[in-house]
Design a protein around this ligand. Structure first.
Ligand SMILES: *[C@@H]1O[C@H](CO)[C@@H](O)[C@H](O)[C@H]1NC(C)=O
Ligand SMILES: *[C@@H]1O[C@H](CO)[C@@H](O)[C@H](O)[C@H]1NC(C)=O
Ligand SMILES: *[C@@H]1O[C@H](CO)[C@@H](O)[C@H](O)[C@H]1NC(C)=O
Ligand SMILES: *[C@@H]1O[C@H](CO)[C@@H](O)[C@H](O)[C@H]1NC(C)=O
Ligand SMILES: *[C@@H]1O[C@H](CO)[C@@H](O)[C@H](O)[C@H]1NC(C)=O
Ligand SMILES: *[C@@H]1O[C@H](CO)[C@@H](O)[C@H](O)[C@H]1NC(C)=O
Ligand SMILES: *[C@@H]1O[C@H](CO)[C@@H](O)[C@H](O)[C@H]1NC(C)=O
Length: 914
């Protein structure tokens, strides 16, 4: 067969022998290198041309090159554009246009509108020699950013730019991290370089790279986004005056400044740059269960069954890489997860109105099987300079990595999805989970020149094959023990691995794109493996969590690989997960073109939210990690525009405990993405039904979550329309209250529900901060006057979580929860109206069919309450028989609480007297 000839060629050309790459010392930034940097001459500006909407200038090196971490570029150009009333774009790049820039295909630029500088809330100011610039507020002159703190350095493999900041600034953002939400301002480094971050260590670079920060001052909030995908350290320190300093391994200075002035304004303005987040299906907000190590389809079915017996609503069942044949992507284990059983499992889930999700990894096993052979044929794997595929090691053993820039990769990836996840003959997948897309090459230390040796022990030995050990009431015959009198499926398991060859052959291996100048392909002659400036790439996967990881290629794909379009992995490493996300979204849409894809990824870059949601990776079952969920999730939802976010509930690695799991079940119910997931044996199982108290906690929390689901869905929808965050840090809603700036153990879910969980082991109380405002205990509706100080909530058992309504925000709730979101959508609404200090309240409700990409008719209404009168007004396009059956006003007048039964169909505007 053509196929096996091709394979023989591939195996030959991607042969075993490889020259060891000599190891070299990488210099770390030390005092003598910083004194070398002090000699850098900076640039001088000339030929400044000012127009009504911006300016351009040329920058030339102002003295002898310092060449500290590369070669100083002599000629740069500056382009300043007032893009909107509150967004300023400042770009400094090489005159020759050779330096790599983030491709438009990966990060589409905001529409290039221009406004008159006189209309802008921001003002660009500059000095000619040495060149520096500052950005200030037009009205007050307050300086927000000032690069005169140090001479700008623009070298072939190193860029530096430092801005002065006020002392102890309130800074937030700069990518995925597990450090305090408000960033440290002393001797702090945020490194942006995607890595497989097992244990999500503090102070380390993790999976997600979002080079944007928000700075909050009492005078207003602003944002700064640096569109640059190269590895970088962002240093924040006080030495020599408070500053923030970018140190990148390349790329250009491509800054977007956002004027705010409120934190929510900055979020909205950033969403115009990053792209608005993708709307999720309604059911995606249901409760998800997963585990790494479910040994076979029977065990997966048994978990579904046990949830149902326990009476805990389970919306979606997941399977980790266990379903794969020897951990090979796009294959099924013919004995543990045979196709006929997986299809029956999914049919059964669907008949219960439940859903099914599996994991897909980018790396493809270097082995004789269709996904590999077709990838070779389509010529889509990353290659060495000699044309052989580059091999690393992932779960399946020796593996190769898709090149998301390859011409045929779209055809290949979509083809795999259409076939393997075919609704009629494959796995009837409802949504997707993508992992290991940093990309991870974890068992193979750099230079990974002997992947076969590093792959010993991979794939791990699968558990012994068994037949279903016990009856599973209500499940198809294949899920019943041998000897049960019933009709078994006659399908032959071997059919499942023999997937047919797909797609036409490519005629010949096409050469790499010729390297031409002026195309932003990256400067030639760089050391792509050993840049002299060493970013602080911290090790995960080791005993010592803060050990240096070493070179930038360690445990990922080598950074000297050149993609098919000529770009170097050195420049585009941080885009890998986001590119896999975008293409996987296309693939899911190719399968089910009318449905909103739900995709959960691990690695992200700026803009990822427009394609996918995000889980927070491989955390631990510890109280520390439980607390960290809040700040990390806040970053994604309120800063990076990735609102569909959540961590592994009860923790992924290490053994959870009953208490931790109960508390986490409740906290997890107040994250947008709610999934329990954990590590394989010997880690103990942690499905919620494993402990009576966790069962009770989960039921209670999911009950509230589901009754609030439309409030959350509405808030998520609003974020997809204008970037208004679904989760709010305290200071977003109380920007003048300095006590809120550092809080990251309590937050607002939407803008009306304050969540303040118990955060310590063995504790039954919480100290939480209430700003000067009116709040109501969610559970009792008792009014609490916020005094601008802490209150202590006591007697919180393992099945309690403190929740507060914020006065002035109306919450639409379902009167009753249900076992699935399908049933939930049939329940009537009630409105809870906790009035604010002024006796008024407002709210919103958005309804649609929950799944369609293009909606035929939507309902989007506003509630306004004042003086005993509720007005409901808006658009009523979604047909439903559901009604509003009850209105509860709290805090208006003396009576405390007033409940009225109503019977209002959701078909047109109305008024209710309360
Ligand atoms: C390319 O280089 C690798 C590593 O040195 C080697 O294993 C492979 O055989 C080479 N391929 C060709 C076609 O020369
Ligand atoms: C410090 O940096 C300088 C300049 O880059 C380099 O020559 C030197 O080897 C470094 N020293 C140490 C101890 O890393
Ligand atoms: C942040 O600063 C505090 C106080 O200086 C320090 O204890 C802590 O370790 C720092 N955290 C990180 C992640 O650097
Ligand atoms: C499901 O529940 C049964 C009965 O309690 C128990 O024996 C079995 O181990 C459980 N299985 C799983 C996968 O939870
Ligand atoms: C790669 O990282 C591991 C820790 O994860 C470390 O032990 C090793 O020295 C590193 N190797 C290189 C070449 O950086
Ligand atoms: C978790 O508990 C199991 C069963 O008690 C034990 O075998 C395993 O070693 C524990 N794992 C850890 C990380 O403590
Ligand atoms: C919680 O209580 C357990 C059992 O008494 C004890 O082992 C543990 O150290 C306590 N943890 C904390 C943080 O107090």
């Amino acid at each position: 067969m053509v196929q096996s000839q091709l394979l023989a060629f591939a195996l030959l050309s991607a042969g075993f022998v490889s020259a060891a790459i000599p190891s070299r010392d990488v210099q770390v930034a030390n005092s003598s290198s910083s004194s070398a940097l002090a000699k850098c001459p900076g640039y001088k500006a000339s030929k400044v041309k000012t127009t009504a909407t911006g300016l351009t200038a040329e920058l030339t090196l102002a003295g002898k090159p310092c060449n500290v971490y590369g070669t100083d570029l002599k000629e740069l150009v500056l382009q300043v554009t007032y893009e909107t009333d509150n967004r300023l774009h400042v770009k400094i790049q090489d005159k020759a246009n050779d330096v790599y820039q983030v491709p438009e295909s990966v990060f589409p630029r905001p529409k290039s509108a221009r406004v008159n500088s006189k209309k802008s809330a921001l003002k660009f100011n500059y000095k000619l020699n040495p060149f520096s610039f500052s950005v200030s507020r037009s009205k007050t002159g307050e300086v927000l950013f000032d690069s005169s703190a140090a001479p700008m350095v623009f070298e072939s493999q190193y860029l530096r730019l430092r801005t002065k900041l006020p002392n102890n600034p309130n800074l937030y953002g700069l990518g995925e991290h597990s450090d305090p939400f408000r960033l440290n301002t002393t001797n702090y480094i945020r490194t942006l370089w995607s890595q497989d971050s097992y244990g999500t260590p503090n102070g380390a670079n993790l999976y997600g790279n979002h080079p944007v920060y928000f700075e909050h001052r009492k005078t207003g909030t602003h944002g700064v986004f640096l569109l640059n995908s190269n590895g970088m350290d962002v240093k924040i320190d006080k030495a020599g005056g408070q500053f923030l300093e970018y140190n990148t391994l390349g790329g250009v200075f491509d800054f977007y400044f956002m004027a705010g002035p409120s934190p929510i304004d900055v979020s909205q303005q950033y969403s115009e740059i990053s792209g608005l987040p993708a709307m999720m299906p309604y059911w995606g907000l249901g409760f998800h269960q997963c585990r790494y190590g479910y040994r076979d389809a029977f065990e997966v079915a048994e978990v579904v069954h046990n949830y149902s017996v326990a009476g805990i609503p389970l919306e979606t069942m997941w399977t980790d890489i266990d379903y794969m044949d020897r951990r090979r992507v796009f294959s099924l284990d013919p004995q543990r997860f045979p196709l006929h059983m997986v299809r029956q499992l999914v049919d059964k889930l669907h008949s219960n109105d439940q859903h099914y999700i599996v994991m897909v990894d980018p790396a493809v096993a270097y082995a004789e099987y269709p996904a590999f052979e077709e990838g070779i044929k389509d010529d889509i794997f990353m290659k060495r300079s000699n044309g052989s595929v580059w091999k690393g090691v992932v779960w399946a053993g020796v593996s190769v990595f898709p090149d998301w820039f390859a011409k045929n990769v779209e055809k290949y990836w979509i083809g795999q999805f259409l076939s393997f996840f075919s609704d009629s003959t494959g796995i009837q997948l409802d949504a997707l989970w993508i992992d290991m897309n940093e990309p991870s090459n974890f068992p193979c230390n750099f230079p990974c020149d002997n992947p076969e040796a590093a792959a010993v022990g991979f794939p791990p030995e699968p558990p012994p094959v068994r037949t279903p050990p016990r009856p599973l009431p209500g499940w198809p015959c294949d899920f019943q023990p041998v000897g049960t009198a019933c009709k078994r499926s006659v399908l032959d398991a071997s059919e499942t691995t023999d997937l047919e060859v797909r797609g036409p052959l490519r005629s010949k291996h096409e050469p790499l794109v010729a390297r031409a100048s002026g195309q932003q392909l990256g400067l030639p002659g760089r050391d792509l493996l050993y840049p002299k400036y060493a970013i602080h790439n911290k090790a995960a996967y080791q005993d010592s969590w803060n050990a240096e990881q070493g070179g930038i290629s360690n445990k990922t794909v080598n950074t000297d690989l050149i993609h098919e379009n000529g770009l170097a992995e050195y420049d585009v490493h941080n885009l890998y997960g986001t590119m896999m996300s975008a293409l996987s979204r296309k693939a899911m849409l190719a399968r089910r073109p009318t449905l909103r894809p739900l995709i959960i990824t691990r690695s992200t870059f700026a803009g990822a939210g427009a394609q996918v949601g995000k889980w927070l990776g491989d955390n631990f079952s510890t109280w520390g990690h439980y607390r960290e969920v809040i700040r990390t999730a806040l970053g994604f939802a309120s800063i990076y525009q990735v609102p569909m976010v959540g961590a592994d509930i009860c923790g992924f690695a290490q053994n959870t405990t009953q208490d931790l799991c109960a508390r986490w079940a409740m906290l997890g119910a107040f994250s947008p993405f709610m999934r329990n997931h954990n590590e394989y044996l010997p880690t103990i199982p942690q499905e919620f039904y494993r402990w009576a108290v966790v069962t009770e906690a989960a039921k209670k929390a999911i009950d509230v979550r589901y009754r609030l689901l439309d409030y959350i869905y509405t808030a998520m929808y609003q974020q997809t329309v204008d970037g208004t965050p679904l989760l709010n840090p305290m200071f977003y809603l109380y920007p003048k209250d300095a006590n809120t700036f550092g809080l990251d153990l309590q937050y607002f879910y939407g803008n009306g529900l304050l969540v303040a969980p118990v955060t310590e082991a063995n504790s039954t109380s919480v100290d939480l901060y209430l700003p000067r405002d009116v709040f109501y205990d969610f559970w009792t509706l008792k009014k609490i006057e916020g005094k601008g100080r802490n209150i202590k909530v006591t007697d919180q058992s393992l099945t309690d979580i403190p929740l507060f309504l914020r006065g002035g925000v109306i919450l639409p709730m379902r009167v009753k929860s249900a076992m699935t979101t399908t049933e939930l959508r049939k329940q009537d609404f009630e409105l809870i109206i906790p009035v604010g200090k002024d006796g008024k309240a407002q709210g919103q409700l958005y309804l649609d069919d929950g799944v369609s990409l293009e909606q035929k008719g939507v309902t989007n209404v506003r509630f306004d309450y004042a003086h005993g009168k509720l007005t409901v007004k808006g658009k009523w396009g979604y047909q439903t028989s559901v009604k509003i059956s009850k209105v509860t006003v709290v805090g208006d007048g003396k009576n405390g609480k007033k409940v009225v039964g109503v019977n209002k169909r959701l078909t047109g505007d109305f008024v209710v007297k309360v």
